[in-house]
Structures are given as C-alpha cells and as structure tokens.
Design a protein around this ligand. Structure first.
Ligand code: ADP
Length: 634
C-alpha cells in the first residue's frame, strides 16, 4: 500500500511525484496543478471543470500528501465502487461507505478508518444523516473535504438533490478540513449557491475551458433515424458508443432493432430491474456490449475512456444536459463524435412536461430548450453556440474535421427554392398570419388535427400542398425564411407574418434562392424507403474518414501494431480474471504508448505514459514479453 507517512523519514511526496508514481501520468491537465496547490495550502476551492477534465486527481493527489483522511461526498453510489477499485489497483488505500454495504463490510471499513488506514473515503450524502458515521468522522483526522458534483446543492442547477443541502453540517464536523467543491456544470448562479451553502471561506475559484476539443460536434435532420444509426454503426465496427433516447420504450425498441441488425447493443433505463441494469452497464464497461441504448438514467459518473461516439436520438432538454452526455465520449483524449439527430417534433415532447411545472421552473426550462434548439439549428459554429451557454467565447480555428459539421460545411450552397418558399409564404398568408411555424407546417402537409379542422383550414387551397417534403424540411425552410427576412416572427408565441420582401417575392414571382437542402419525400412522408435519405443526412464530416483509429497504423508501424493487438488480448484476459473493466488494467492510450515506445527493460517501461510503479510491478513482465513477441500464459 502507498503510505505517505513513510515520507516523514524521507522526502515529502510532491504532487508531481504522486502524479507520475501512483497515477502514471506525465503532466497535469489544465488547472489541476493550481487546484491541487491551493488545496494543499489550505485554501477552500471551487473548481468547475468539464466532464473528463480530470477532476478526480484534484483531490486524489492532495489526499496522498495530507497526513489525515480525505472525505469525498458523491451522489454517485455506482461510481464509488469503480473509483475505489481503480484506486486500490494503484495501491491507494481507499474505501466507501454507503447504503449498499453489508453490515460486515461496513464495520470492517469503520475499523480501518479508526486505525488510520484509509486515505480516501467516499461517502454518499445520505450517509451523513447516520449518527454513527458522524461520530466516526468527528473522531477522525480529516484534512480535506471534497464535494463532488457540487451543483447538486443548487436549486438552480439541473440536478438538484435536497440531501446535498445538509452538507454544510459536515463542515462543522470537520472544521479544520479544507473544502474542495467540484462540478462539471455550474452557471454563475449555481457557483454562488455552492459557495454560500458550503460556507466556503474566501475560496479560490477555477473555471476550466469547457471546450472538449477532441469531440466533433454534428447535427443531422432526423430522417429515418434507425436506418441512419445502423449506417453509422456499420462504419465503425467494434467502436463503443452510447445512443440516448427520450423514452424507455424508444430505448427498448431501438436496442432490439440494433441487436437484430447484428450490433452488440443493450438497453438501459430506470424501468429495468436493478440486476439487468447493473449487468448491462457492466457488459458495456467491459467492452462486451459495444452500444448502450439508454435514457438519461445512464451515464452519471461512467468513466469509460474509449467511448467513441454519443448519438442523441432525441433532442436533450438543454445544453447542460447535452454537454454532460456528450462529455462521456472521448475521455481518453482521442477523437470522438457527438451526433444529434434533430427533429422539430422533439421540442413538443419536451414542452409537454413543462405544463406540469411552476411558472418559474417552466421559464428556466424554456430558456434551456431555446438554447438547445439554437444549437441544433445553428448554421454557424456549433461549438461556439454550445460554449456560449457556459459563458465562454470560442473562435473556430478553421481546421477541417476538427470542430463541427457547420464549420466543415462548404459555404452555404444556395438552391432555388422558389416553389416551396412560395407555398409556405402563401400558407402563412392564407391562415391569416396568426400562427406559428408548427401550425403552418401542419396545414401545408395536410394535417387533419382538430385545431386545423375547427379553423376550417383543411378547406384552404394551401392545405396539403406540401406533401412532397417532410415536416423537418418545411421547418428548416421556414426558419431560413425568417433568417433571410422573408418572414417576421413574434417574440412571444412565434407568430409568423410576411415582410415586405416576401410580399414582393410573391407578387413579382422572382426566384428565391436560399441556403437549404430539401429532400423530396414523395407523399409517403416518413415512410419513404430507408436509404433514400442517407445522401441528405449522412453529411460527410462524421463519415468513417474522420473516425478515430484505435491501433497504430499497421503499414507505418507493423511491429507496434502487433504489440498493440497482443497487449489488448492480454488486457482482456487479465480484466476478466480480475473481474474489473479493461481500462482499470490499462487504458487504450497506455497500450498505444507502449506499442509506440516498445520498451525493452523495466526502466524503459516506467518511462511510458500511464505506467506507474504499481502497474509496472503487476504487469511489467507480461508487457515486456508481449513487446519481445514471446508467448505468455493467460
Ligand atoms: P472528471 O471527473 O473530470 O470527469 P476524471 O477525473 O474521471 O474526469 O478524468 C478523466 C480521465 O482523464 C481519466 O481517465 C483520467 O485517468 C484521465 N486524466 C486525468 N488527469 C490526467 C492527467 N494529468 N494526465 C493524463 N490523464 C489524466
């Protein structure tokens, strides 16, 4: 076990030596060093870092320097086990206390804490309500109190947890402990709530850039989504990813469609039994199931480094949620893709749930939805649109394939859309310039909804004249007509009216050319043949050409490629034998680093990024054998 007290007699461990020696990393990520130094100096700290930014090290490193214990409060019970397993594998004495523990385990852990044998203790917030736990903490030396997912404290956050409100009390139990609050999502208001509730004294505040550079952002119209996802998966055999859906039923349906399409896909939602959920999550983490089809119930705290894509089958409720969900991709720093399939109908589903909210809540929900649709509809850089929500300005650097589909799209090609534009404009006119786009599109596409019939609009000459296009196309055209000044949209209900320009366009019969791509559907609408759409929706940027390559290029480095394959086989066997996810043994990145460095001796091995002494001792012999091309017993 790693024991920093040894250092009482030798040199004190530094954050750098712990980073390399225990965690096997060569350098700190942005802000990690500043946060760690502040915490070690006893300064209360609030740090906002994106998912995957490396928050855990910010308390794990100081925990190994402090003589006493570090307590980490986290709402993610499922994650505690994984974190503790990973820490133990690195030789760090860590444990957790939560409601899932059997009595024996609980008391075993308590004894170890009393004996001073635990450096890092993970705690569920509700455990603090337990008198025995409080007594235990009161009599233990606690040097650092870390509050993970600290945004849960705030009612303004998107994930408020009432039990977090009581966390101020823990500060009274351990008044001398420095407090570190960590979160991936916090607007200004949430940050100020966190500082107040946790009574942070003159805290240092760090807000990291939210730009996850390695995640390529892309949005496509939701045409034949199942077909599109099948095509997407077919281009990426063997890659892991998550598909988020709005409803449990959608999850079940899609998971079985993907499975019958030959993909190792599993469902995950709150309606499944605990055992099924745990088993499915486990299979995904181990890489046996490649695709997790899930509701938002999946993913909090999932640290699977090699998730290569996150697809949203439905529109998320807001940018915070979206950001957090796509943040589960590419945690290993290698290229990943976030693809949102955007259908205008999705906003209706989200609004449906706003009806039950208080006016204040509904207002906040409406703001989030508006930001989300602005992202989905943006014709300029999506990264800039997303980061703006987090108060960050972003300037695209223009490198092709590096940012988003909007940046990669050739300067908007204008098409002649005179006929469909005239149809839409006249439909706005005929319905009396009193409705929003959704209603106008209903009339255009021949809806017999009660509202349309009650208004007598099914008798208009413009009723049903737009069946050659799908609703999404009409929505896009409507939006561009607003953007280009043909239609005016009222601020409150989005009522459309014709501008002077539109009137003259209608009267003068001039050509209307706009930057839209409309894909004629035929009267069948969404039932059009699968495949007919792939040209329009399968935009180049997320094609295989830009997809990440897992192994070294065999033609450039045949030896490296052989070693990589060998190590992967070895990792799978070890992970299975130890009942841990493969990344606990070695990350893909580490495998790549070994394959590239081809270490010949234990000393060489220790110089490889991702290999610390503990890993070298455990696996070094096997790794060196794999490099030399010698067989090893599984
Ligand atoms: P967060 O909690 O912010 O979502 P994690 O702490 O789980 O992020 O870190 C995400 C990933 O980044 C992990 O796989 C972790 O091992 C890796 N990581 C963190 N810090 C570093 C670093 N300094 N160098 C290399 N990898 C790092």
């Amino acid at each position: 076990m790693y024991n920093p007290r040894m250092s009482d007699h030798s040199i004190l461990p530094t954050p750098e030596s712990i980073l390399k020696g225990v965690f096997g990393h060569d350098g700190f990520r942005p802000l990690q060093r500043e946060i760690i130094e502040g915490v070690l100096a006893g300064r209360d700290t609030l740090a906002v870092m994106p998912t995957g930014g490396g928050k855990s090290l910010c308390y794990q490193v100081p925990a190994l320097v402090f003589p006493g214990m570090t307590v980490v409060v986290s709402p993610l019970i499922a994650l505690m086990q994984d974190q503790v397993t990973a820490l133990l594998a690195r030789g760090v004495s860590a444990a957790f206390l939560n409601s899932t523990l059997e009595k024996d385990e609980y008391f075993g852990t308590v004894d170890r804490i009393r004996a001073g044998g635990i450096k890092l203790l993970y705690l569920a917030p509700e455990s603090l309500a337990n008198e025995r736990t409080r007594e235990l903490l009161a009599e233990t030396r606690i040097d650092c109190l870390t509050i993970d997912e600290a945004h849960c404290i705030s009612e303004w956050g998107h994930d408020f947890r009432p039990e977090y409100r009581t966390l101020a009390e823990i500060r009274e139990i351990a008044p001398k402990a420095v407090c570190l609050a960590l979160t991936a999502t916090a607007t200004k208001q949430v940050r100020s709530d966190i500082k107040k509730t946790l009574r942070l004294a003159d805290p240092a505040e760090f807000v990291a850039s939210f730009n996850r550079k390695n995640i390529y952002l892309s949005v496509e119209k939701k045409h034949n989504p199942v077909h599109r996802i099948l095509g997407f998966l077919a281009e990426r055999p063997g890659e892991s990813g998550i598909v988020y859906c709005f409803s449990r039923k959608q999850v079940d349906d899609l998971a079985s469609e993907l499975a019958s399409g030959g993909h190792a896909a599993l469902p995950y939602h709150a309606g499944l039994s605990d055992e099924t959920r745990a088993a499915n999550q486990e299979r995904f983490l181990r890489g046996e199931a490649k695709v997790m089809v899930a509701t938002v119930a999946f993913g909090m705290g999932i640290d699977k480094a090699d998730v290569r894509f996150v697809i949203h089958y439905d529109l998320p409720k807001g940018p915070e949620q979206y950001y957090q969900e796509i943040g589960r991709a590419g945690r290993d720093g290698r290229p990943a893709i976030a693809l949102l399939l955007y259908g205008y109908g999705d906003t209706r589903k989200i609004r449906f749930f706003m009806e039950e909210m208080s006016a204040r809540e509904a207002r906040k929900a409406e703001d989030r939805l508006a930001a989300m649709t602005a992202y989905a509809e943006s014709r300029t850089c999506r990264r800039a649109a997303l980061l703006e929500w987090f108060g960050e300005r972003y300037e695209p650097d223009g490198a092709a394939g590096a940012c988003c589909d909007a940046c990669d799209r050739p300067a908007a090609a204008e098409t002649d859309v005179t006929v469909p534009a005239q149809k839409l404009l006249s439909c706005v006119l005929r319905t009396g310039e009193r409705y929003g786009l959704a209603y106008v599109v209903d009339v255009l596409t021949g809806s017999r909804q009660k509202r349309v019939v009650d208004n007598g609009h099914h008798k208009l000459t413009t009723w049903g004249i737009g069946t050659e296009y799908g609703k999404d196309d009409w929505f896009e055209l409507g939006r561009v007509l607003v953007e280009e000044g043909y239609l005016a949209k009222s601020d409150d209900y989005g009522v459309l009216s014709l501008t002077g320009e539109a009137k003259s366009a209608l009267a003068g019969r001039e050509t209307i050319s706009l930057p839209v791509t409309l894909a004629a559907e035929g009267a069948g609408g969404a039932s059009g043949k699968p495949g007919a759409k792939s040209g329009a929706s399968g935009k180049g940027p997320v094609g295989k050409g830009k997809a990440p390559v897992a192994a070294p290029d065999p033609s450039a480095d045949p030896e490296g490629s052989r070693i990589f394959a060998e190590l992967k086989r070895f990792r799978t066997a070890l992970a299975r034998a130890a009942s841990v996810p493969p990344y606990v043994v070695f990350s893909d990145r580490t495998l790549e680093a070994i394959s590239a460095a081809k270490p010949a001796s234990p000393e060489d091995l220790l110089r490889v990024t991702g290999i610390g002494p503990s890993k070298a001792e455990k696996y070094g012999e096997y790794v060196l054998k794999a490099v030399r091309g010698e067989p090893f017993d599984e």
